[in-house]
Design a protein around this ligand. Structure first.
Ligand SMILES: [Zn+2]
Length: 155
């Protein structure tokens, strides 16, 4: 039985609600998320105040969130801090914003049969993943990288 992955058109924005980053003060794991979760996923939710919080050293820092930058760098979109979930893999850097993003990648890479649904279109995250992640040739290596990310999340 193949392990299926269905691309239902989730895009990178669907995973930008929470970012685990490296705390700029203590280098431990910190979180970047909307200050108010009340209007999460409402129109315009990508804009608005974001808060960096670290449980380890109690750092708390806000930014207006009037703009954000989505790059191909392993950084959060608001503070531009290094992601916590990143690891060298296949000569590249494998990274994820948060647990849901990691779970998405685990499902995608772990699948032996990938299906695209009509809703997916060509803007879906799955269709835009870099070739080295998509390639079956790297499957085991990428899966091992994802396990390292999972371990970082549970640290
Ligand atoms: Zn800290």
């Amino acid at each position: 039985m193949p392990i299926r992955f269905a691309d239902v058109g989730q895009n990178i924005y669907d995973f930008g609600d929470v970012f685990w980053v490296q705390c700029p003060r203590c280098q431990w794991r910190a979180r970047v998320a909307a200050v108010s979760s009340a209007n999460e996923k409402a129109p315009g939710w990508l804009f608005g105040p974001r808060r960096l919080t670290c449980k380890h050293c109690s750092l708390s820092k806000d930014c207006a969130g009037n703009g954000f930058g989505i790059g191909r760098q392993p950084e959060d979109w608001y503070f531009g801090l290094s992601l916590w979930l990143q690891t060298p893999c296949c000569g590249q850097v494998l990274w994820a914003y948060n647990e849901r993003h990691l779970a998405f990648l685990e499902q995608y890479v772990g699948a032996t049969l990938r299906e695209t649904t009509l809703e997916a279109g060509n803007r879906s995250l799955a269709s835009r993943l870099p070739r080295w992640i998509k390639s079956g040739q790297h499957r085991e290596e990428v899966l091992a990288g994802l396990r390292r990310l999972r371990a970082l999340l549970e640290e």
